[in-house]
Design a protein around this ligand. Structure first.
Ligand code: FPP
Length: 244
C-alpha cells in the first residue's frame, strides 16, 4: 500500500476518530479497558506511519466531553492509561522528532493535566510531526468557547463586530495553530462525526472503514491516504474548473 502513495500529494493534516475498542474487547470476551489498552498499539503505528510519510499534523480523538458519562471505572482506567502511555512514550516521541500538543482538556484531573503539560513542554522543540490529542474535547464546547471569547473581545474593544469573518472564528478555535484536516478517518464502521472538529472538517474528505481501532495498522492508514489521493476535491466548484 505504501508504494501507491503519491509523495507530493500528501495531506498536511489527518484527523482520526479511533473507534471500536469496546467491541474489540467484547469479541474477545474481555473488559472494555482491554480494548483501550490494545488501542495504544494502533496509536503508535499510526503516529509512526504519519511521521515517516512526512505528514505535518495528526489529530487523534482520544476522549470526548461526552465520554465523561461512561462508567466510572472505564473513565478512570482510560485516564490512567493515557497518563502512563504519555509518560512512557515521551522518549520515543523525542527520538522521532514528534511534538505533542493537546486540544480540549477542560476539567481533566490535575494529575493527567500535569503529565500532559510535561510531555508537551518536553517535546516542544521537535520539528517533525505534530501529534495532537483531542482530550476532553467536543466541537460544540470549542465553538461555544470561541463565541464567548469573541464576544468578550468585541466588548473590550479589541475587535469590532464588523471585522469578524470565517478567519476570525478559526483563529479563536483551539486548532488555530494548524491547517484544517484534509482527511478524516473513522474506524469501526460507525458513520458519525460525534462532535469532532465540526468547523474544521467543512471540506475534509471523510474515510470510514470497518476495522476496529485496536486492529488498525500502518497499512490501513496508507489505504486511507491512497483513497484520499484518488478523490477530486472541488470545494464547491465544478469538476471542469478544478481540472483546468
Ligand atoms: C473509542 O472506542 C475509543 C476511545 C473512547 C478511547 C481511545 C483511547 C485509546 C486508543 C487509548 C490510548 C490513547 C492514547 C492517545 C495514548 P469505544 O470505547 O467507543 O469502542 P466501542 O464503540 O466499540 O464501544
Amino acid at each position: 500500500m505504501k508504494d501507491k502513495i503519491i509523495k507530493d500529494k500528501l495531506p498536511k493534516h489527518v484527523a482520526v476518530i479511533m473507534d471500536g475498542n469496546g467491541r474489540w474487547a467484547k469479541q474477545k470476551g474481555n473488559m472494555r479497558l482491554f480494548g483501550h489498552q490494545n488501542g495504544v498499539k494502533a496509536v503508535r503505528e499510526v503516529t509512526e506511519a504519519a511521521a515517516e510519510l512526512g505528514i505535518e499534523y495528526l489529530t487523534l480523538y482520544a476522549f470526548s466531553t461526552e465520554n465523561w458519562n461512561r462508567p466510572k471505572a472505564e473513565v478512570e482506567g482510560l485516564m490512567s492509561l493515557l497518563v502512563s502511555t504519555i509518560a512512557s512514550e515521551t522518549k520515543t516521541l523525542n527520538n522521532n522528532n514528534v511534538r505533542l500538543r493537546v486540544i480540549g482538556c477542560h476539567n481533566l484531573p490535575a494529575s493527567v493535566q500535569k503529565k500532559l503539560d510535561e510531555c508537551v513542554a518536553q517535546t516542544a522543540s521537535n520539528t517533525g510531526l505534530t501529534l495532537v490529542l483531542a482530550l476532553s474535547y467536543s466541537s460544540r464546547w470549542e465553538i461555544t468557547e470561541a463565541a464567548r471569547q469573541i464576544a468578550a473581545d468585541v466588548k473590550s474593544g479589541k475587535i469590532t463586530a464588523e471585522s469578524i469573518d470565517e478567519n476570525t472564528v478559526s483563529q479563536y478555535l483551539s486548532t488555530s495553530f494548524m491547517p484544517d484536516p484534509e482527511l478524516l478517518i473513522r474506524t469501526s464502521g460507525e458513520l458519525r462525526i460525534s462532535n469532532f472538529l465540526m468547523w474544521q472538517i467543512a471540506y475534509s474528505e471523510l474515510y470510514f472503514c470497518e476495522t476496529l481501532w485496536p486492529d488498525f495498522r500502518k497499512d490501513d492508514f496508507y489505504r486511507a491516504i491512497v483513497e484520499y489521493q484518488g478523490r477530486e476535491r472541488r470545494f464547491g466548484k465544478t469538476s471542469e474548473q478544478v481540472r483546468n
